[in-house]
Design a protein around this ligand. Structure first.
Ligand code: ZN
Length: 268
C-alpha cells in the first residue's frame, strides 16, 4: 500500500462499495399481477456527491450540465471534472435522457450518476449485482421484501447486510432509461427483449450438440408472445461481462469486478 500512487489510491476509493444504508433499489420489471418485481441496486446523486466531496474536497470537483435534443426528447450531457494531484482538471462526460418530460431534475441526477460510474467507477460494481425478484405492495409501486446484496458488493467488515432500507421510489430519481440488471438471482439471464424470466434449456442444448442436431437456444423467454432468446451462454457471458464457471457451467460475476470491489480502501 505504501508505494501505491495517488492515482491508484484514488481509484480504489472511487470504486469502493457503498455501505448498505446508502443503497437504493429500483424496480425494473413486474410480474403481470404486480405482486413481484425485479429490483436492482443503485446509489442516488447525493451519495455520488458525498463520495466526490470525501475524495476530492468540495472544491476539487465540478459538474456542468448541457441540455441537448436527442431523438425527439431532451437529454443532458454531464461533464464531471475532478482536480488531479498536479493541479490539472480531468473531465469525464456521459449523457442521460430525461426520465420524465416535466422533470429535468431526474435527467440531471441520472447524467451525474452515469458520468461518475462510467468515467470514475463510482458505484459501477452495482451493475454486476444480479437482479432479484422480490414481493411488491402498493399496486406494484412499493418494495415490501428486503433485497440483499451479495457479500462481495458490501464494504469489507460489514457484518449485518440487513439495514438496507427498501425506500419507496422517488419518481424523479427513477432511472428508467438506464440499463437494468442482466441476470436474475436464480442465475438465469433476463430476457434481452422484455426483461422477464427465461426458461433454462442449457442441458437440452448440450444434448442437442452431443447428438449433432441443430442446437436449440440456451434460454427462451417464458412469455411465448415475446420470442426473446439467448443462443449461447459462453457468448452471452463474453458480451455482458460475466464469467462461466468451468466446473458447474454457472454464470457468475467476472472475478476482476469482484476483485475491484473488494480491494481494501484506506479507511477499510
Ligand atoms: Zn421476453
Amino acid at each position: 500500500m505504501s508505494d501505491a500512487t495517488w492515482a491508484e489510491l484514488t481509484a480504489i476509493k472511487l470504486r469502493a462499495p457503498f455501505p448498505p444504508s446508502e443503497i437504493l433499489w429500483k424496480i425494473n420489471a413486474r410480474t403481470q399481477d404486480k405482486a413481484k418485481g425485479l429490483v436492482s441496486p443503485y446509489v442516488d446523486a447525493r451519495a455520488v456527491q458525498r463520495r466526490l466531496d470525501a475524495i476530492f474536497g468540495w472544491d476539487g470537483w465540478k459538474a456542468d450540465y448541457k441540455p441537448i435534443l436527442g431523438d425527439g426528447t431532451y437529454a443532458f450531457i454531464c461533464r464531471l471534472s475532478v482536480l488531479l494531484e498536479d493541479g490539472d482538471w480531468l473531465p469525464k462526460e456521459d449523457g442521460a435522457d430525461v426520465t420524465l418530460i416535466e422533470s429535468t431534475k431526474g435527467g440531471i441526477s441520472t447524467a451525474l450518476r452515469r458520468a461518475a460510474a462510467a468515467g470514475l467507477g463510482i458505484g459501477r460494481y452495482l451493475y454486476n449485482v444480479p437482479g432479484q425478484w422480490v414481493r411488491l405492495g402498493g399496486d406494484g409501486k412499493k418494495i415490501e421484501e428486503q433485497p440483499v446484496l451479495p457479500t462481495w458488493a458490501l464494504p469489507e467488515g460489514t457484518t449485518d447486510p440487513a439495514p438496507q432500507t427498501a425506500v419507496p421510489l422517488d419518481p424523479d430519481e427513477t432511472p428508467s432509461k438506464e440499463p437494468g440488471p442482466l441476470l436474475g438471482n436464480d442465475g438465469v439471464p433476463l430476457c434481452p427483449k422484455c426483461g422477464g424470466k427465461m426458461k433454462d434449456d442449457r442441458q437440452a442444448r448440450r444434448d442437442d450438440m452431443r447428438k449433432g442436431v441443430h442446437a436449440r437456444p440456451a434460454f427462451m423467454c417464458e412469455n411465448s408472445d415475446c420470442g426473446g432468446f439467448i443462443e449461447s451462454v459462453a457468448r452471452w457471458c463474453e458480451d455482458h461481462g460475466f464469467d462461466m464457471d468451468a466446473d458447474t457451467g454457472d454464470i457468475v460475476p467476472r472475478q476482476a469486478d469482484i476483485d475491484a470491489a473488494r480491494e481494501p480502501g484506506e479507511d477499510g
